[in-house]
Design a protein around this ligand. Structure first.
Ligand code: ADP
Ligand code: MG
Ligand code: ZN
Length: 509
């Protein structure tokens, strides 16, 4: 059954949205959070496990110092206070992919708290800045992965049996939780997307994770609630009940999930119903959400301080030293790049919102001009990403390949039209742009010998046009160039063709 939704404009006439974003980022440390097991992606199931991450009796965890350092750097970059003393806690619940039957996390003593991150959203009246307040950033560990075998959907329902892979169990995670974010109004879906995009840029800039959403290294849970609008000068109405859409795994999906939930909540509320506090699943195919499990604030995980780990009490000098290692913020970096690249504010903001700043940077580093790099990533490639619902960096073409593609265009070996065919090949996994050009025979033909026959045929087919050109009407040459291009299926070099035709018809001049 599909849920009723209210049109977006109508939602905003009656309600004010409030957001809460929880982002999990997997750290790129070589070993796990509390043991020495490797974190390498894609290994054979259950080959990267040990008594500690399997929670076997008598095993003792030890904190990964690099993970603590990363947590502090994230906290500092998000303008948080760093706790002089904090502890891990056990969050007790049963789940088959969590071998210890508890998750080692942080509860009321997170390592970082009370920060903020400014995000920018372009509107028709210029760029608007929203300050997203950060409640806390805490350390925890990832769970394993379940694989449901048999059945059509890959879900547990209808499966014949399930398998678990504990390789991911114990990989360090940082969870970053915002305070309730009000005031975004109609821009709430865009603000949610801009926040996750900006946060990812910040994390990648810190060098603590690749933070790839398509690999689950960055995952977002989007909380949304609506409250009735209030009259000017009155006290705002209290916050409404939130729903939490889990594990949304692309920037675009974050925006869509928030928008859908706003429209769904509004339909329920305006029909006199109540919103249940529950988790929901987002569906990429149609942009809807469906109910997960009911979740109350009073849910009892029996948190208690982890007895096997010492408290974290970072030396203030170390914290200051780490502060000194922070790179420029994404916003500062953008200002610098915008100047270096000569982009307008609008172009740069478009690049940011498409998640393309790093991709353009890497493409420029590989030798392409900033303008050409921007045109690829925000033009043809953005169009394709939109069609498939992927983020740009998960499209399947690397900045180096884009640079190679542009180099082929610059060298006159392919034209824009052929470049799009070369791109098709690259995206289908046929190799580098050069490989595709060779394998598919896509090179522009500028070899005058090879083109000569096509040129002669075009002239012979249109004696009237040829006569005009002979008579001095050089502008008529376009019709013949077009005929040659057609005959060579776009692979002729138009400038060479034109030269050849003129050379034949105006030989004596
Ligand atoms: P949980 O354990 O249920 O995930 P968290 O405290 O980790 O709870 O995260 C809840 C998120 O929802 C936070 O970002 C919080 O700011 C936000 N939030 C809390 N109340 C509301 C509300 N009424 N509407 C929207 N977001 C909310
Ligand atoms: Mg949470
Ligand atoms: Zn281990």
């Amino acid at each position: 059954m599909t849920d009723a939704v209210l049109a977006y404009d109508e939602v905003l006439e009656s309600y004010d949205p409030v957001l809460g974003l929880e982002v999990h980022v997997e750290l790129g440390t070589a070993s796990k959070m509390f043991c020495g097991c490797s974190t390498e992606f894609g290994a054979e199931p259950n080959t990267q496990v040990c008594p500690v991450c399997l929670g076997l009796p008598g095993s003792l965890p030890v904190v990964n110092a690099v993970a603590v350092e990363s947590a502090i750097r994230i906290g500092l970059a998000l303008n948080c206070s760093i706790a002089p003393w904090s502890r891990f806690a056990r969050k007790n619940y049963f789940y088959p992919d969590m071998p210890k039957d508890f998750q080692t996390s942080q509860y009321d003593e997170p390592i970082a708290f009370d920060g903020w991150l400014d995000v920018e959203v372009p509107t028709d009246d210029g760029v608007r800045t929203f300050r997203v307040e950060i409640e806390r950033a805490h350390m925890e560990e990832d769970t394993g992965k379940s694989l449901h075998v048999g059945g059509a959907t890959g879900r547990i329902h209808g499966a014949d049996f399930s398998l678990v892979d504990y390789n991911r169990a114990g990989i360090p995670l940082i969870e970053i939780v915002t305070k309730p974010l009000a005031g975004a109004g109609e821009l709430a879906p865009e603000v949610a997307r801009a926040y996750v995009t900006e946060l990812r840029e910040l994390l990648v800039g810190l060098g603590i994770s690749e933070a790839r959403m398509d690999r689950g290294q960055l995952r977002c849970d989007a909380n949304v609630s609506l409250r009735p609008r209030w009259a000017e000068g009155e006290e705002p109405t209290p916050l409404g009940t939130r729903t939490e859409t889990k594990n949304v795994n692309s920037f675009r999906s974050v925006e869509r999930a928030v928008r859908f939930e706003m429209c769904r909540h509004a339909a329920v509320l305006s029909g006199g119903g109540t919103i249940l506090q529950e988790t929901r699943h987002f569906h990429e195919n149609d942009g809807t959400t469906t109910s997960g499990r009911i979740k109350s604030d009073a849910e009892d995980y029996r948190y208690f301080p982890e007895p096997d780990l010492v408290p974290i009490a970072p030396d203030p000098e170390w914290i200051e030293k780490l502060r000194g290692t922070l790179p420029e913020s994404p916003a500062e970096r953008r200002r610098r790049l915008s100047e270096a690249w000569g982009f307008s504010d609008k172009d740069l903001q478009a690049a940011v919102n498409a998640g393309a700043v790093d991709l353009i940077t890497a493409t420029v580093a590989a030798g392409t001009t900033p303008d050409a790099a921007r045109k690829w990533w925000l033009g043809e490639l953005a169009r394709r990403a939109n069609e498939t619902g992927a983020d740009l960096d998960a499209l399947g073409v690397s900045p180096v390949q884009v640079a190679q593609l542009q180099a082929l265009v610059d060298a006159g070996r392919i034209n824009d039209k052929l470049a799009r065919q070369v791109l098709d090949g690259v995206l289908l996994g046929e190799g580098s742009p050069e490989d595709v050009v060779v394998a598919r025979g896509l090179e522009v033909v500028s070899d005058t010998g090879a083109l000569g026959a096509a040129v002669d045929a075009a002239i012979a087919a249109r004696p009237d046009v040829a006569e005009k050109i002979r008579g001095g009407k050089v502008a008529a040459v376009g019709a013949l160039v077009g005929a040659v291009m057609k005959a060579t299926r776009g692979q002729a070099d138009a400038a060479t063709v034109k030269d050849l035709i003129l050379a034949r018809l105006t030989a004596d001049s």
